[in-house]
Unconditional design. Sequence first.
Length: 329
Amino acid sequence: MPSLILGIESTAHTFGTSVASSEGRILSDAKKVYVPIAGRGIHPREAAQHHSTMAAAVIREALTKAKVSPRALDGVAVALGPGLGPTLRIGATLARAIASKLRIPLIPVHHAIGHIEIGALTTGSSDPLLVLLSGGHTTIAAFASRRWRIYGETEDITLGNLLDMFARSAGLPSPGGPEIERLAAKGANFIELPYTVKGNDVSYSGLLTAATKLLHAGRPVEDLCYSIQEVSFSMLAEAVERSLAHTEKDEVLLVGGVASNSVLRKKLQIVAAEHSASFRAVDPSYAGDCGAQISWTGTLAFGCRLFIDIERSQVRPRWRLDEVDIPWR
């Protein structure tokens, strides 16, 4: 009999739940997303209140769509970090209660590992150079000796933060990435912006400051969106190319919420092709935060009996990717 794992995601703006089977099937994926007031970022306490209000209905929806009763579950997986402390605690508290009530294992999942494994599942990727881009991560990594090893990352804000923060300055709806991509397609003029690459690392804070100043000075938002994408994505592509040349991987895997951007995908596809590597990107339906990334990773961890006692299941808002042992790879 295949194992059935309930996954709970609550690291930031999304409360998501999903049921996955150890056969490699996502049986359901339900979510509710906290949307902050225009011009504001995520308020952790407000997001936590949203998750607390929506949790019961979202869990019920996931179980109903999967046609699974709570008693049929073999384990409950939860993202314990990294993320926002108040929202993480909502998911962790619910997962502990479910595990205790049903007397099933509690499975700790690192949010970034969830992005990676749902990407690997949906693309068939096995040993890639990883490019993880989300609100909390701008990371280039490769797997070796049971862990993801970091080859490059942001030195300040992430690519997702850059896009969201500029969008807020421009009064665009949240999340900012899709709206910036839409406006960028209308941009007609490239505006020079700071380009900062240090080895395999990137720095986006100077770019954000310059673009925001130009916005307030009256430069067209469409041109700025176009230029922000061109500069920030080219910076990343340079760092990815250097990492790919060093690791000599034959595939590049793009995961995380920003992975749905078509311009970024094309740039990284060109980089991969120049190094005779295949390019793969997570299915857009699983690119953003979702319960499926946690439930599927939970099934992998369940197979290795990676459980955690409720008393030790504290959330870890600053949990780094390269601190996590991965026995199933």
